[in-house]
Design a protein around this ligand. Structure first.
Ligand SMILES: [Zn+2]
Ligand SMILES: [Zn+2]
Length: 278
């Protein structure tokens, strides 16, 4: 090889090596189109289809990236489907630092063991009321767990509502953004309007987006419309009802919210630009 050419090859190589070292030293592989301060929500498990490459199953899981911790909210019912969907989306389970479980139902926690086999280096935030067997499962997998009872801070800008509801105790995830609060719900058994109210009270802020299961699939049209007016009255700006929200409620929400209705299903990513403080 001629000296000049050899020099160019060496120079290009050294640039590639330093770029790699940079990416590794930042602690996570940087993805293209990703900017600091953006909040990225990816639904990795849902019974509603969105990205045809993914499998759909009854349940819910949402990957939350951009805050201090990378969070997996709920893990779906089937860990094999969860991990295969994540792989198809290019979402690395090892990037997750915290798992937040909304409530006891299998379609939200069933995928936990499979997930922890791949990544036990997480803290699992679960309702304190979950049985000891679930806590023990987490401990035996080598992960940490935190039993959540009261509203609490998970990391900078991210909170749990604490356990809400009477019969089925459930927590939701709140992310504080400069557009308002983002509320992610598993099934919303305590009532979606009630959960919105609690989130607003807890952080003294308006709700920008509510995403997840709203548990309206068993309701008739007039009951659904009452809930939608309740959500609207609370000043929620955008909605992404999925999982157990039901087709009727999704259709009605779309009518009322128009362009602020987000069609959510397995594989949908919602990016909120410049949402978080740097
Ligand atoms: Zn449920
Ligand atoms: Zn559910």
């Amino acid at each position: 090889m001629r000296p000049v050419r050899r020099f160019v090859v060496l120079w290009v190589c050294s640039l590639l090596v330093s770029a790699f070292v940079c990416a590794v030293s930042r602690g996570m592989a940087a993805e293209p189109n990703e900017r600091a301060g953006d909040l990225k929500l990816t639904v990795v498990y849902d019974n509603n289809p969105y990205d045809a490459r993914l499998q759909t199953r009854w349940g819910f899981s949402c990957y939350v990236k951009g805050a201090e911790k990378t969070i997996l909210f709920d893990v779906g019912g089937d860990g094999t489907v969860l991990l295969s969907n994540m792989e198809r989306l290019g979402v690395d389970p090892k990037t997750v630092n915290a798992v937040v479980l909304s409530h006891i139902h299998h379609d939200h926690i069933g995928g936990l063991s499979h997930f922890l086999e791949v990544n036990p280096r997480v803290t699992v935030f679960m309702p304190q009321s979950l049985p000891q067997s679930v806590k023990e499962r987490v401990r035996l997998a080598g992960a940490n767990w935190v039993g959540v009872r009261e509203p609490m801070r998970i990391c900078k800008s991210v909170y749990s509502t604490g356990e809400l509801g009477v019969f089925i105790r459930e927590q939701a995830l709140i992310i504080e953004t400069n557009k308002g609060l983002v509320l992610i719900t598993g099934c919303a058994h305590p009532g979606i309007v009630e959960m919105v109210k609690k989130a607003k009270e807890q952080l003294s802020a308006q709700v920008y987006l509510v995403l997840g299961g709203f548990h309206l699939c068993w309701m008739n049209l007039s009951q659904v419309n009452t809930i939608i007016s309740g959500v609207k009255k609370e000043g929620v700006k955008r909605v992404g009802p999925s999982h157990c929200s039901g087709d009727l409620a999704r259709k009605q929400f779309e009518k009322v919210y128009g362009k602020d209705f987000i069609l959510v299903g397995a594989g949908r990513t919602i990016t909120i630009a410049h949402a978080l403080p740097l």
